[in-house]
Design a protein around this ligand. Structure first.
Ligand code: NAD
Length: 235
């Protein structure tokens, strides 16, 4: 049985990916700042802390065996007019969304290289495609995640490892609901639905389905791709 690690697995998209992979027969460990209580194999770690990430990955290896699937879903949004954006806020958003991906891939990769098989899926954001006002730090980080995905796909293909990104757009999770409540969505969720070609908000399970496909053996010829799952909002 393959072992998968899902970061940000304590909420929203990460939780749905973890659930889907369990259903598909993977052993799943989740890694989150706020690990859910009551679930098996949940690990508390801040993805920006390489020591904590390594410690968690080592514990997972010991408990569940080599980690050959990694889904990077931990993320932090932020909304600030650029003129009011502090460097500290810029850095924190880059740290979680981009440097966290670096640390987690670094920690998991040795197992994939040993197995000569691996799957990495990075959850970026449709805002990397469209841009988004007041989110320069977030858009920068997520665009870089797409870039890392492309570079690593070229570097790791020969080792049997695929690297893809899924940029979600407008998925009903605690992150989206919090943005609506703070009035920073540029309209209500209902107003956004009316502007979405498929006329509904996305579900975390929509993202999980894309991840499950990219992780499957039959997707072995797909790498370096940015597979938008956004109801047609960014084509
Ligand atoms: P969410 O807030 O529900 O879940 C994010 C999870 O990441 C939380 O459990 C949180 O504790 C965890 N996390 C945050 N910082 C962390 C850290 N430093 N270390 C470890 N864990 C950390 O949000 P979501 O909507 O499920 O987002 C999942 C991913 O999808 C994120 O990367 C987000 O940027 C991306 N995304 C979401 C949407 C959307 O519409 N919901 C759109 C574009 C991109």
């Amino acid at each position: 049985m393959k072992t998968a690690v899902v970061t940000g697995g304590g909420s929203g998209i990460g939780a749905a990916v973890a659930q889907r992979l369990r259903t598909d027969g993977y052993q799943v460990a989740t890694l989150d700042l706020k690990p859910p209580t009551g679930d098996d194999h949940t690990y508390g770690a801040d993805v920006t802390d390489p020591v904590a990430v390594d410690k968690a990955l080592n514990a997972i290896r010991q408990q569940l065996g080599p980690v050959t699937v990694l889904v990077n879903a931990a993320g932090l949004d932020g909304f600030k007019r650029f003129t009011n954006l502090t460097f500290a806020a810029w850095q924190r958003v880059i740290d979680v969304n981009l440097n966290g991906v670096f640390h987690c891939i670094q920690a998991a990769l040795p197992d994939m290289l040993n197995a000569r098989w691996g799957r990495i899926v990075n959850i970026s954001s449709s805002s990397a495609h469209s841009g988004q006002p007041f989110m320069a730090h977030y858009v920068a980080a997520k665009s870089a995640v797409n870039g890392v995905t492309k570079a690593l796909a070229l570097e790791l293909g020969l080792s049997g490892i695929t690297v893809n990104a899924v940029p979600p757009g407008f998925i009903d999770t605690p992150m989206l609901r919090a943005a609506e409540e703070r009035g920073v969505l540029g309209g209500t969720i209902q107003q956004h639905i009316e502007r979405t070609p498929v006329r509904r908000v996305g579900r975390a399970e929509d993202i999980a389905a894309a991840c499950a496909f990219l992780i499957s053996d039959e997707a072995g010829y797909i790498t370096g791709q940015i597979l938008g799952v956004n109801g047609g909002r960014n084509t």
